[in-house]
Structures are given as C-alpha cells and as structure tokens.
Design a protein around this ligand. Structure first.
Ligand SMILES: NC(=O)c1ccc[n+]([C@@H]2O[C@H](COP(=O)([O-])OP(=O)(O)OC[C@H]3O[C@@H](n4cnc5c(N)ncnc54)[C@H](OP(=O)(O)O)[C@@H]3O)[C@@H](O)[C@H]2O)c1
Length: 269
C-alpha cells in the first residue's frame, strides 16, 4: 500500500521564492500542489503561469478562496501584511501551516499560537529555510556556549534597505538565548563614536555592510585570548537554497502542535 500524498496550498506560488518551491513540490512524488494564491494570475493554471507542464493546479486570488478545498498543509510565502490573516484562515480550515514570510511580530505569533493550539494544529515558522544557514545557527550556538565574546557582520547588496537582515536578527536572538555576550568594554562606555561598535541586538554587536558586489552573507566571529573562530554563511542570487528546507518543513509540520520557530524544531541536530 502506498502512503497518501500530502496536499499543499501555496500562497505566493508565483513569487520569487514560491515559484521555485512550486516546481520542487511538483517533482517530489510525496507532495501534491492543490492550489496556489496570487492576485495577478488568479483564474489561471499555475503550470501555465510558470511555464512548467509538470505543475497542474488552479491559482486563486486569495487564501480564503484557495482554502475552500481541503489541503493538509498551507504554505505562507506572500507579504507580511497578508500573512497573519492567511495563516489564521488556514488554521480555521484545519490545515497545518508552514510560514516562510518574514516580518510577522511576536504578537502575531502569540495569536497564531493560541489559534493553532485550540485546533491541535502545527505552525512551523522559518526565517531562513537554507540548510546551510540552519547549520550555521547550530554551530554558532555551540560556540556561544563555550566562548563568551562574539560579534556579527551582516553583508548585503547596496540597495537592501533594512538593516540588520532578518537572518542576522534571528542569529543574534538565538545566541542571546545561549548566554548574554560579555564584551570587555560595554558599548555605552565606548570613547569616541559609539556607532563604530555597531548596533546592539540583545547584547550582540552587529555591523551591517551594504555594498555592490555582495549578495547576502553573515559572519559571526568568536574571540578568545590569542585565538579566533569565524563562522560564515554566503547565499547566491537564486531561491534554490530555500527549497530543500521548505520541503522538510511541509513533510514534518503535522508532527507539531502550536507555533514552532526554526527548521531545527523538526530536525534531529
Ligand atoms: N524563509 C525563507 O527562507 C525565505 C526565503 C525567501 C523569501 N522569504 C520571504 O518570503 C516572502 C516572499 O518573498 P518573495 O521574494 O518570494 O516575494 P515576491 O517575489 O514578491 O512574491 C510574493 C508572492 O505573494 C503573492 N502575493 C503578495 N501579496 C499578496 C496578497 N495580498 N494576496 C495574495 N497573494 C499575494 C504575489 O503574487 P501577486 O502579487 O500576484 O498577488 C507573489 O506570488 C517575503 O516575506 C520574503 O522575505 C523567506
């Protein structure tokens, strides 16, 4: 007997990240895309929109319409202003939810967690699905448990307007949960331009560089007397790095109840 395939509704199916994920789901064998969401392409077949004959599913203009048919897992990959309403609508319909969209607040997640627990459904929210970034976070957490001083450098292209990046914010938050860093000179005791020491994110000094020639990179440097450890992550230009982690999240989210943050929630690291 073959196992039932997991049905997926993908909000943001025509976007930079969502379209790459749609192609991978169509080739997966154990997942089936039953609906996509995009305002611009509503009413069309997603395979025609993406020029991919392996994809066959209707596109709806809103998550509410797409959710009229049953899906096991709803994937949110649109924009922060619609993400929360989409996630709550999916939980209301009884789906488990994977959130790739960035920008939801702690308050949003508290509300989503309450709704998910009430219905016994899982929500897996992952700020960066790239497996190499998940590993970087894990390696950095191990290092922070043994080394009390570190700083982060956040590199990006010159037209990125937000700083630090969401990925670096998440990294700083994770490290602060391991322990607060112990700088020899606290930032407020700096003599000269305090800004030169970077922003303080939960105690971690973060330095954002925005220059042409960079895509997105993050480097955390741990320092001890007469020794130094750098852990660095570099992303390319395509959305390919985010696919494998998103597929894992879709396959495993039904093992969870309530909101869980980070792909490591479903990995045995
Ligand atoms: N977690 C991760 O690893 C990861 C990786 C990459 C990106 N992201 C995040 O994922 C989100 C999407 O990024 P992206 O670069 O793929 O964006 P994008 O290329 O602009 O795609 C957005 C998608 O959402 C749809 N959409 C937007 N607003 C909508 C609305 N109100 N109703 C229905 N559909 C709507 C768009 O279609 P229409 O405009 O036709 O409606 C499009 O399909 C962002 O928050 C980004 O930061 C996360």
């Amino acid at each position: 007997m073959t196992a039932a395939r997991i049905t997926v509704c993908l909000a943001g199916a025509t976007g930079w990240a969502g379209s790459e994920l749609a192609r991978a789901i169509a080739r997966s064998g154990d997942l089936v895309l039953v609906a996509g969401v995009s305002r611009t392409h509503a009413g069309r077949d997603l395979g025609d929109v993406l020029g991919d004959p392996q994809i066959k599913c209707p596109v709806y203009k809103s998550a509410a319409e797409a959710l009229a048919d049953w899906c096991d897992v709803f994937v949110e990959y649109t924009k922060p202003d619609t993400a929360k309403a989409n996630v709550l609508a999916a939980l209301e319909r009884g789906a488990h939810v994977v959130v790739g969209t960035s920008g939801l607040t702690e308050q949003d997640y508290a509300e989503i967690d309450a709704a998910a627990r009430q219905r016994g459904r899982g929500v897996l929210a992952v700020g960066n699905f790239a497996l190499t970034m998940v590993l970087m976070q894990k390696f950095a957490e191990i290092a922070a448990s043994m080394i009390p001083q570190w700083e982060i450098i956040d590199y990006a292209h010159d037209d990125k307007i937000d700083a630090p990046s969401g990925t670096v914010r998440e990294l700083a938050t994770r490290l602060s949960r391991v322990r607060p860093p112990e700088p020899a000179v606290p930032i407020e005791q700096t003599v000269g331009e305090r800004e030169a020491r970077g922003a303080s994110l939960l105690g971690t000094h973060v330095h954002s560089i925005r220059l042409p020639g960079f895509v997105i990179s993050a480097e955390v440097i741990f320092g001890m007397p007469d020794q130094r450890l750098s852990i660095r992550h570099d992303s390319g230009n395509s959305a390919r790095p985010y696919v494998d982690g998103a597929l894992i999240a879709i396959r495993r989210v039904s093992t969870l109840v309530g909101v869980h943050r980070g792909l490591d929630s479903v990995l045995d690291l």
